[in-house]
Write a protein that binds this ligand. Structure first.
Ligand code: FAD
Length: 477
């Protein structure tokens, strides 16, 4: 018996149910299909780099441990490519782990239907999420749109299965299957802009577990109090590993539960709750697939958001807005492909509220630049911040980037790390250099407007403009 294991965002050997179950049945042909319909939304540049490294390390481990090759194919249609593979290899089954991306849900169903009809054993497994989006319903039988009751129900009703280990052995199929080279996927850019990312991330399954261990040893207990501090290394930074499936959420879940023998500290509980937000994002998107582009709250369809990628927008992307915490966040994103959650909210609030740009412009920029780009979390994060999403922050809650900066980066360390122009400023002015007396600026040799831009928009006025727009929306309903 030989089974194809179709891999996508589950590039790991451990707790990979499709791989595990196939390996128990007989020989395995692990396949990565880079087809248009399996990746209908072109992967962003940063995540392409991540995927390249992830495929490299995953195929390396497969070879090293089991002497099995990862088969890589490129094509237009997944069904056609699978047809060819089935014909070439005469396999008796196709296994894969479910992905809950609304853009490919129908395709997964079609694979099952098409090949089951042909007599193959086709199975899909659950491992990308802790729960099935169909599983949880309100008492009225509807999907959730508010996090707190979702999370309550989740804790009562969802039993998170223990993760599986790595397959004891994977038997190589004796059919020779042609494969493309990883380089042929052209995931790496021609200009090598990813040096700093290479230094920052160990893109491998081992890298994910090292990061988890580091977080559990050093940060989880203080997570509740310090998770909002971008100047500290106090969050797990597991998001890109989760997004590419290099660690499963239940591996993280059980690592935490086991460590505390069930008696969680407040920090550990707060951390599991964030995994709950990831579940919630997928739950929402699964039941409302149009949210990839559309506002959940329809009244926002009339909001006067602007779609122009004008000079202001490019200043925002480049971290040249003249607002230190925003510039620090946008430069961190550009350089390492990741941004701290608190700062994501601040930069998103600035774009969608003070700048009145449509949240989709920000969502697309993040999609292209985040190594953890994830359809559900990104859409939910943007809609939440813009005020038009599920359980969203009320629109009138507009983050003040200066007070946010002072509160969550009290010594200005985060800003100074990513915006070196501001390193010479005394901490009290790092978040608002325009407030510093001329004398202070001169004493450190700093010229505002030359060494660092003046704010692109006046904070108070732009805040007021956003609130006015929101009020108009209320009147037009
Ligand atoms: P930790 O604090 O260690 O949390 C652990 C895990 O829980 C994360 O890895 C993530 O999977 C999940 N998680 C944490 N916070 C959230 C949240 N608010 N919503 C959903 N899941 C969460 N996250 C992505 O994974 N991909 C995205 O594309 C993405 N885009 C975002 C865009 C905006 C505008 C905002 C406000 C948030 C976005 N997030 C996204 C959510 C969040 O910012 C990141 O998951 C988090 O910063 C990742 O860092 P971490 O792994 O250290 O998180």
């Amino acid at each position: 018996v030989t089974t194809i294991v179709l891999l996508r965002w589950d590039l790991r050997l451990s707790d990979n149910p499709a791989l595990f179950e196939a390996s128990k049945k007989g020989a395995v042909i692990p396949v990565f299909l880079y087809t248009k319909d399996l990746f209908p939304r072109s992967i962003g540049g940063a995540k392409k780099w991540w995927l390249h490294r992830a495929l490299e390390s995953f195929s390396g481990e497969l070879k090293r441990r089991y002497n099995v090759d990862l088969v890589i194919r490129i094509g237009e249609s997944t069904l056609e490519e699978l047809e060819k593979l089935v014909f070439e290899t005469k396999v008796s089954g196709i296994f894969f782990n479910k992905n809950y991306d609304p853009l490919t849900k129908n395709l997964e169903e079609r694979i099952i239907e098409h090949f089951t009809k042909k007599g193959l054993d086709v199975r899909s497994f659950k491992s990308f999420l802790l729960h099935e989006p169909e599983e949880l319903r309100t008492d009225e039988g509807r999907p959730y749109i508010v996090f707190t009751p979702f999370w309550k129900k989740f804790q009562v009703e969802c039993v998170v299965p223990k993760p599986l280990g790595i397959p004891e052995r994977i038997v190589k199929s004796n059919v020779n299957v042609s494969s493309r080279n990883l380089e042929e996927l052209k995931l790496l850019p021609t200009i090598k802009w990813y040096d700093e990312m290479e230094k920052c991330w160990n893109v491998s399954e081992t890298g994910a577990f090292e990061r988890l261990k580091y977080f559990l040893d050093n940060a989880v207990d203080s997570y509740k109090d310090l998770r909002d501090r971008p100047d500290l290394d106090n969050t797990s930074m597991l998001s890109p590993y989760l997004a590419a499936g290099m660690i499963s959420p239940r591996q993280i879940w059980h690592a935490v539960i086991e460590r505390y023998d069930g008696k969680l500290t407040e920090g550990a509980y707060a951390f599991l709750r964030e995994l709950g937000w990831r579940e919630f994002s997928y739950h929402i998107l699964y039941h409302n697939p149009s949210l990839v582009d559309a506002n959940l709250r329809k009244e926002f369809d009339k909001f006067p958001w602007c779609w122009d990628r004008d000079e202001g927008f490019w200043k925002w992307t480049k971290g040249l807005t003249g607002i230190p915490i925003i510039d620090a966040g946008m430069r961190q994103l550009w350089r390492i492909g990741w941004m701290h959650n608190r700062v994501r909210m601040i930069v998103a609030s600035w774009l969608t509220k003070n700048m009145l740009k449509h949240w989709k412009l920000g969502e697309e920029w993040f999609w292209d630049t985040l190594v953890d780009a994830d359809i559900a979390n990104n859409v939910q994060g943007w809609q939440w911040t813009a005020g038009c999403g599920a359980d969203a922050a009320p629109y009138f809650r507009i983050f003040n980037p200066v007070s946010q900066g002072r509160k969550f980066d009290p010594n200005g360390e985060y800003v100074k790390k990513w915006v070196p122009e501001l390193r010479s400023l005394p901490p009290e002015y790092v978040h608002a250099p325009w407030e510093a007396p001329e004398m202070v600026l001169r004493s450190v040799g700093f010229e505002l407007g030359k060494d660092y831009p003046l704010p692109m928009l006046p904070l108070e006025e732009s805040r007021k403009r956003a609130l006015d727009a929101f009020q108009q929306l209320g009147k037009s309903r």
